[in-house]
Design a protein around this ligand. Structure first.
Ligand code: ADP
Ligand code: MG
Length: 699
C-alpha cells in the first residue's frame, strides 16, 4: 500500500500564537461564544478585599497580608527553595517557594512591597506561607471591592486569563432577559444581568454563605434558567420523537386472546390498567415511548408478553432484550412456554451462542420467520436485521447504558427484508421496564420524555416477606433454619458476599461457601451458580433449582435480577452490609413469590458503620420498593442512583437535583406553559443556554 507523501505531512505548521492556543483551550472548556463565557460562573471566591497585619494573620488559618521584602535568597537545604521574608509594622513572615523561576527571585528583591495570601503555618522561624498567592503592589494601592472569582479551568488556562476573557465577554454581551417579566415576577426570580454580574463580581458585603451553598437569589436565577432549558429541550425532543412514524399495531387478535385465556391466573387490576395504556399506544401511528414500572414480582413479564402478542397479531416482529443472560434465558423459557404452543416462532440470541447458531438465529430474524426475538444486548450489538420490527421491549432498562438504548432506538431505521417497503423510515414502538422506581425529580428530568405506567399492586396470595438482621456469629442457627425449611419442602437461596475488588475472590468465596454448606447439610442437595459458569452449566443449575431438585442454591449476585422460582421462600444474604439498598431489595424480591410465608435473613459482620446500619434497618422495616428507593436516594444522592451520566445531573452545571427539587418542578411547569404560549421565549432561552450542549441533552 502506498504511504501518503511524507513531505506533505511534515511541512511545518505555521507557529501558533498564544492567543490561538488560549482560544483553543477555551473551546475545550465548551466556551465558544460571549454568552458561553458570561455563563461560565465561578466555583468559589477568594476574599482579597481585606489586608490583615502579620501579627493578626498569625492567629488565622488563612489571610491576606501586605509587607516589604526584607530578605530574599535561594536556599539549598533541605532542598532548593526560594525563601522571602516580608515585614510590616507588626511582625514578619516567611514566604517559601519550592518551585520557582529565577525571575521570581529578581521580582521579589529587597524593598519590594507585596500582598500575599494563603494558608498561615507556624515554622521554626515564625509565621510562614508556602506557595502563597502574591502580587507586587505600590504603597497605598487600592484593595479590590469585590470577592475574587475562581473559575473552573482547563489545563494551562490561568485564572487571570479567564477573568480577563470573561470580563471582555461581559462588556460585549447582549444582555436581554430571556424570561418574560410576568414569569419572573410570579416566581420572584432575580433579573438576569444583575444576577450574572453579581456572581462574577460579588460585592464585599455579600452573604458569602449563600454564595457558597448556592442559595443566593442570583444562583437561584441561574439554576432556574438552566433547569428550564433542560425541560424545554427534553420536551422538544419528546415532541420530535412523537412526530416520527411507527407502524400501528392495530390487531388484538387470536394470539392475544388465546394467550390471556391460557394463563393460569387472571390479571390484577393494575396489570389490566397498564395493559390498556400500552394497547392504546401501540395502535398509534407514532412510536410508543413508555416506561413500565413495577416492584419486583409485580408481574411485568406477562404484560410485556401481551404487548408482544399484539405486535405479532398485527403481523410484526417483537424483540425483548434483557441485561443479563440469566434473565434473558428466564424470559425466553417462560415466554416460549406460553407462546410456542400457540404457534409463535421464538428466536434466541445472545453473545455466547456458537457462530453457527447465531447465524441461524439471525437468518430467521432477517427472513421474518422469527416473530419474537428474545436475548441480551447482543440484539443490538450483533449485525441483526429485522424483517419488520414493530415493538422493542427492554427489561430492567436502567441497567443498560444510554448508548445501548440509543442503538436500539435506531434499530427500526435499519430494517431490511421482505417488508422493507412497508417499514422503511419507521421506528419501532418501545416499552421499557424497570423494577427500580425512579424518584420523582429524576422522572421529571431524565425521564421527562417518557410516558410512565405503574403496576402498583402485587398479584394476590403473596405473603409478606419477613426480614431479619442477624449477626454473622449466629451462622450455625441460620444453617439449622435452612435445614428445617428444606425439610418442609421449601427452597433456599444463599447469596454470597459481594467482593467488589476482586472477582476471583468472590468466586473463591462462593465455592468455599458451597463446600461448607454441602458439608453442613449432608442430607440436602446444594447447588452453586456464579457468573463464571458457562451458559449451559448455568442453565443446568438453574433448571435443577426451578424443578425443585436442588434444596439450596448458593449464588453470587447473578441472581439479582428477575429470577423467578416461586417455591423458593427463604433467602440468606451474607455480608449484607456490603450491598446497596436497591440491590438488597432486588435480591429479596426473589423470594415471596409463592404462597408460602417467606423470609430473608441478612447476615452482617459488625461493627456496622452508620450508612450500613441505616440500610439494614431500612430493609427490616420496609418492603415497598418505592419507599426503599426514596430512602436510597436520600443516602446516596441522585448522581449515583442511576449512574452519573444517566441521572440527568450530568447535564446540569449549577442545579442539584436533590436540593433543588422545588425548582425542577417550577421549571417543568414554566416549560409547559412557554411551549404552549410563547415560542419566541422558548427559542431565545434555548439559544442562550444550550448552544453546543443540545446534542448531549437529547441523549
Ligand atoms: P416482575 O414484575 O418482577 O418482572 P414477574 O413478571 O416475573 O415479575 O412476575 C412474578 C411472578 O408472578 C411470576 O411467577 C408470574 O407468573 C406471576 N404473576 C404475574 N401476574 C400474576 C397475576 N395476575 N396473578 C398471579 N400471579 C401472577
Ligand atoms: Mg422481571
Amino acid at each position: 500500500m502506498a504511504k501518503p507523501a511524507k513531505a506533505a505531512s511534515s511541512a511545518p505548521l505555521p507557529p501558533r500564537t498564544r492567543a490561538e492556543n488560549n482560544a483553543n483551550k477555551l473551546v475545550k472548556l465548551g466556551l465558544r461564544t460571549d454568552m458561553d463565557l458570561v455563563l461560565h460562573l465561578p466555583t468559589r471566591y477568594e476574599d482579597e478585599t481585606q489586608v490583615f497585619s502579620i501579627q493578626q494573620a498569625a492567629a488565622m488559618p488563612n489571610a491576606q497580608v501586605e509587607g516589604v521584602v526584607t530578605a530574599c535568597e535561594v536556599q539549598y537545604r533541605p532542598r532548593r527553595q526560594l525563601v522571602v521574608t516580608i515585614a510590616d509594622d507588626s511582625s514578619q513572615l516567611t514566604m517559601r517557594f519550592l518551585n520557582f523561576y529565577g525571575s521570581q527571585a529578581k521580582q521579589l528583591a529587597e524593598g519590594t512591597r507585596v500582598r500575599a495570601r494563603g494558608e498561615v503555618r507556624h515554622g521554626f522561624f515564625g509565621a510562614e506561607m508556602v506557595h502563597p498567592n502574591y502580587k507586587v503592589v505600590l504603597e497605598g494601592a487600592p484593595l479590590p471591592t469585590a470577592l475574587t472569582p475562581v473559575y473552573p479551568s482547563g489545563e494551562g488556562l490561568s485564572q487571570a486569563f479567564l477573568r480577563k476573557a470573561i470580563a471582555d465577554a461581559m462588556a460585549r454581551a447582549v444582555w436581554h432577559d430571556t424570561l418574560p417579566e410576568t414569569l419572573r415576577a410570579s416566581l420572584k426570580l432575580a433579573a438576569f444581568e444583575p444576577a450574572v454580574r453579581l456572581l462574577h463580581n460579588p460585592p464585599a458585603d455579600v452573604d458569602e454563605g449563600a454564595l457558597e451553598d448556592r442559595s443566593h437569589p442570583a444562583w437561584v436565577r441561574m439554576k432556574f434558567d438552566e433547569l428550564l432549558a433542560q425541560q424545554l429541550s427534553l420536551k422538544r425532543a419528546q415532541a420530535a420523537r412523537r412526530a416520527k412514524v411507527a407502524n400501528p399495531l392495530a390487531q388484538i387478535g387470536a394470539l392475544s386472546q388465546k394467550f390471556l385465556q391460557g394463563l393460569p391466573f387472571s390479571l390484577t387490576g393494575a396489570q389490566q390498567r397498564v395493559l390498556a395504556e400500552i394497547r392504546a399506544d401501540l395502535r398509534a401511528v407514532h412510536p410508543m415511548q413508555r416506561l413500565l414500572q413495577g416492584d419486583v414480582g409485580s408481574g411485568k413479564t406477562v404484560v410485556a408478553a401481551l404487548a408482544a402478542a399484539q405486535a405479532i397479531d398485527s403481523g410484526f416482529q417483537a424483540a425483548l432484550m434483557a441485561p443479563t443472560e440469566i434473565l434473558a434465558d428466564q424470559h425466553f423459557r417462560k415466554i416460549a412456554a406460553w407462546m410456542e404452543p400457540l404457534g409463535v416462532k421464538v428466536a434466541w440470541l445472545t453473545g455466547s451462542l456458537k457462530k453457527k447458531e447465531k447465524a441461524e438465529a439471525q437468518a430467521r430474524i432477517e427472513s421474518g420467520e422469527a416473530q419474537l426475538v428474545i436475548g441480551t444486548h447482543a440484539l443490538i450489538q450483533e449485525a441483526v436485521q429485522f424483517a419488520r420490527l414493530g415493538l422493542v421491549i427492554v427489561d430492567e432498562q436502567h441497567r443498560f447504558g444510554v448508548g445501548q438504548r440509543l442503538a436500539l432506538r435506531n434499530k427500526g431505521n435499519k430494517v431490511v427484508g421482505l417488508d422493507a417497503l412497508h417499514t422503511r423510515g419507521t421506528v419501532p414502538h418501545q416499552l421499557m421496564m424497570s423494577a427500580t422506581p425512579i424518584p420523582r425529580t429524576l422522572a421529571m428530568t431524565y425521564y421527562a420524555d417518557l410516558e410512565v405506567s405503574v403496576i402498583d399492586e402485587l398479584p394476590p396470595g403473596r405473603t409478606p416477606i419477613l426480614t431479619r438482621v442477624i449477626d454473622q456469629e449466629r451462622r450455625d442457627e441460620v444453617i439449622a433454619r435452612v435445614h428445617a425449611a428444606a425439610l418442609e419442602g421449601r427452597q433456599v437461596y444463599w447469596v454470597c458476599p459481594l467482593i467488589e475488588e476482586s472477582e476471583a475472590l468472590q468466586l473463591q468465596t462462593a465455592t468455599d461457601t458451597h463446600a461448607t454448606l454441602a458439608a453442613a447439610l449432608p442430607d440436602l442437595r446444594v447447588g452453586l451458580v456464579h457468573g463464571r459458569l458457562k451458559p449451559a452449566e448455568k442453565q443446568q443449575v438453574m433448571d435443577a433449582f426451578a424443578r425443585g431438585d436442588t434444596h439450596v442454591l448458593v449464588a453470587t449476585t447473578v441472581i439479582e435480577v428477575g429470577v423467578d422460582v416461586p417455591n423458593a421462600s427463604l433467602m440468606v444474604i451474607e455480608h449484607a452490609e456490603r450491598f446497596g439498598l436497591s440491590q438488597l431489595h432486588q435480591l429479596r424480591g426473589r423470594v415471596g413469590r409463592g404462597a408460602a410465608a417467606s423470609a430473608c435473613l441478612l447476615l452482617y459482620q459488625g461493627p456496622l458503620g452508620p450508612t450500613a446500619k441505616q440500610r439494614l434497618h431500612t430493609m427490616r422495616e420496609y418492603t415497598d420498593g418505592f419507599e426503599i428507593a426514596r430512602i436510597d436516594l436520600q443516602i446516596r444522592g441522585p448522581g449515583e442512583f442511576l449512574g452519573a451520566r444517566q441521572s440527568g445531573q450530568a447535564m446540569l452545571r449549577f442545579a442539584d437535583l436533590e436540593t433543588d427539587q422545588w425548582l425542577v418542578e417550577r421549571a417543568r411547569d414554566a416549560a409547559q406553559t412557554l411551549l404552549r404560549t410563547d415560542p419566541a421565549t422558548v427559542e431565545a432561552h434555548l439559544a442562550r443556554w444550550l448552544g453546543v450542549r443540545e446534542d448531549y441533552l437529547k441523549v
